[in-house]
Design a protein around this ligand. Structure first.
Ligand code: GTP
Ligand code: SPV
Ligand code: MN
Length: 591
């Protein structure tokens, strides 16, 4: 069978795409080159191929129509920060928070690994568009990959195929991405970014953020670097709209680190007592934001699907996610039931008696290991989301009123507080910390600094990044208000003090009311805070004593926190904006 094919049309910039493909065809020497057009026929064909190659397993098509299952190599189930490199000409430009390698050395090493690497395999050419067609922020990427799983995921996560080629400008300014699975040897796993060439090369992995190059690699690492040069922001943020009973809409962006609640927050359903309030999803992971002509900050979601955490997802915590993953979804590393349904820890209903776990082994409730990997995921098209906001396709995006930063903190951080102003808000983002999760390989539950949830994703010097945030303020005459939240504070018995999920709407409503000048607050040393009786408690019995525990800031804990913050700020000290040092001094004197 021949699947060597190309498009009949020749949109602008097509020649440079061909040159790029030809360059890596010559290096990788695939048996064939397959140009993806994004059509339905092609999807059917690729699914068939993936199933016959054993890459995907069809799930029960009566329960989960169009859904497939994929199991990763157990050594390859999360992002790998230690193998991720920013290859700028000078080490200083990558900064102390990134691994760095000289571009020439890294190209040489990677091209060595890529040489003849696709013999006996197919090289797929995946043109993809990040952002709505016609958006001033949109970006085209071409990902070359030898993984059919990557192609089928990119098809969900981005606007893939013809639509992307049609957005080429003819200046050759598309992202050049190369992915090769190699033999999944962790010693030969490299996720490398070349911002000055708008290029990415990823080898030795087949998993999510390592290989779906439009997502973390382009939309955040390369994106943040381009954003700095061009005056916009690429952020690890969800985007949502809140519609009040009277019909006014407020748009909010929120940055929480990986596996800290973005997908859940972006799809939340307000508690029943909030009649007439609606929350709609614009994005669940990434936001590109630029100052508009009107002096407001406008945001788009560059993605077209959700690569979401499965464990903990159920009809009580996130009904909209559950409805989004009933059809045309790829499940990765969850457990499978004997009749071809999927299961994970924290799914609705009783624990099944017999499962095949994420490693392919038989599993029963007595098994000591988890049935689903803690970082098991679903890949679902955003069109499946019943709460999808129509604005998701607006080329200009939506004007943001509030930015929320939040981490996973068992102690220290209250449920919510508001910054005094933009610079103080940038300080809150810059000094954020969170417990590590299964989304990245490494130790779990360790508190680490994760500025603006961008520690693994900022493609340049973190000090320059903070400066860029401060500079953006100059382009705004109506800047978003900035808040800090923590859904994960624990009481003395180790359980969460706050119910979270849909109940987070109460916090969101306070945030929106603050932006609209409708809610009072108390000025404290750390920021503006709601009082117990100023919070909207309709439908939720919540004890004042629990609220006090949830909202308190303890002087001893904060002294320790400040020392930690300083430790981190010292690492980026050479390019740290002085404004942030002043903020720290102000905070100390207030405390
Ligand atoms: P990435 O896709 O890795 O960027 O993660 P994310 O930020 O989208 O996190 P997600 O919404 O998938 O949530 C991650 C985990 O946190 C899941 O297991 C959720 O069940 C849990 N979680 C989300 N929101 C809350 C909350 O409000 N309270 C509590 N206790 N847990 C939550
Ligand atoms: C994250 O880790 O923040 C994710 C999952 O959204 S991945 O795409 O693997 O980066
Ligand atoms: Mn994420």
């Amino acid at each position: 069978m021949t699947i060597d094919r190309k498009f009949g049309m020749a949109p602008g910039g097509f020649e440079s795409v061909e040159k790029f493909v030809e360059k890596y065809r010559a290096i990788c020497e695939p048996d064939q080159v397959f140009w993806c057009d994004g059509s339905e026929d092609e999807k059917k064909f690729l699914l068939q191929q993936a199933v016959s190659a054993g890459v995907l397993e069809p799930l029960n098509q009566d329960i989960l129509p169009g859904c497939y299952y994929h199991r990763s190599n157990p050594n390859d189930v999360a992002r790998v920060e230690q193998c991720t490199y920013i290859c700028t000409p000078s080490r200083e430009d990558a900064g102390p928070t990134n691994n760095w390698a000289a571009p020439r050395d890294m190209y040489e090493k990677l091209h060595g690994l890529l040489r003849s690497s696709m013999r006996g395999r197919t090289m797929y050419v995946v043109p993809y568009l990040m952002g709505p067609p016609g958006s001033p922020l949109r970006m085209v990427g071409i990902e070359l990959t030898d993984s059919i799983y990557v192609v089928l995921n990119m098809r969900i996560m981005s606007r893939m195929g013809r639509v992307a080629l049609e957005q080429l400008t003819g200046k050759g300014d598309f992202n050049r991405g190369v992915h090769c699975t190699l033999n999944l040897d962790p010693a030969q796993r490299f996720i490398c970014h070349f911002p000055q060439d708008n290029a990415i090369i990823s080898v030795g992995s087949g998993y999510g953020g390592n290989v779906l190059l439009g997502k973390k690699c382009l939309a955040l690492r390369i994106g943040s670097s381009l954003g700095r040069q061009q005056g916009w922001l690429a952020e690890h943020m969800l985007l949502l709209s809140v519609e009040s009973p009277t019909g006014d809409k407020t748009y909010v962006a929120a940055a929480f680190p990986s596996a800290c609640g973005k997908t859940n927050f972006s799809m939340m359903i307000p508690p029943a007592s909030f009649e007439g309030w609606k929350v709609k999803t614009i994005g669940d992971d990434i936001a590109w934001m630029r100052p508009g002509k009107d002096g407001r900050l406008w945001a788009i979601n560059p993605e077209a699907g959700y690569f979401g955490v499965a464990p903990g997802t159920n009809f009580a915590t996130n009904p909209n996610a559950m409805r989004s993953i009933q059809s045309d979804t790829i499940y990765t590393n969850v457990a499978v039931t004997p009749n071809g349904d999927v299961w994970w820890e924290g799914k609705d209903g009783p624990v099944p008696e017999n499962l095949t776990d994420w490693k392919g082994n038989p599993w029963t409730p007595q098994s000591l290991e988890k049935a689903a990997h803690p970082n098991s995921r679903f890949t679902a098209p955003m069109q499946n989301n019943p709460a999808l906001a129509p604005e998701v396709n607006h080329p200009d995006g939506v004007p943001i009123s509030a930015i929320i930063f939040g981490g996973r903190r068992a102690t220290t951080m209250p449920l919510v507080f508001q910054s005094f102003n933009w610079i103080h808000g940038v300080y809150l983002g810059a000094t954020m910390a969170s417990e590590t999760t299964a989304a990245a390989a490494g130790e779990l539950g360790k508190v680490r600094r994760d500025p603006m949830a961008m520690l693994p994703f900022c493609g340049y010097h973190m000090g320059d990044y903070f400066n860029h945030w401060l500079n953006i303020r100059r382009e705004l005459n109506d800047p978003p208000r900035i808040f800090h939240v923590n859904w994960f504070r624990k009481g003395k018995d180790g359980s969460f003090l706050w119910p979270g999920y849909g109940e987070n709407f109460r916090v969101l409503k306070w945030v929106i009311d603050r932006c609209r000048g409708r809610a009072p607050a108390r000025e404290t040393a750390i920021g503006w805070m709601p009082r117990f009786n100023e919070f909207d408690w309709q439908g939720l019995p919540f004890a004042k004593s629990q609220w006090d525990e949830l909202m308190q800031y303890d002087a001893a804990e904060w002294r320790r926190e400040l020392l930690w913050q300083e430790e981190f700020l010292l690492t980026v000290h050479d390019r740290l904006p002085k404004e942030l040092i002043f903020q720290r001094e102000l905070l100390i004197s207030r405390l």
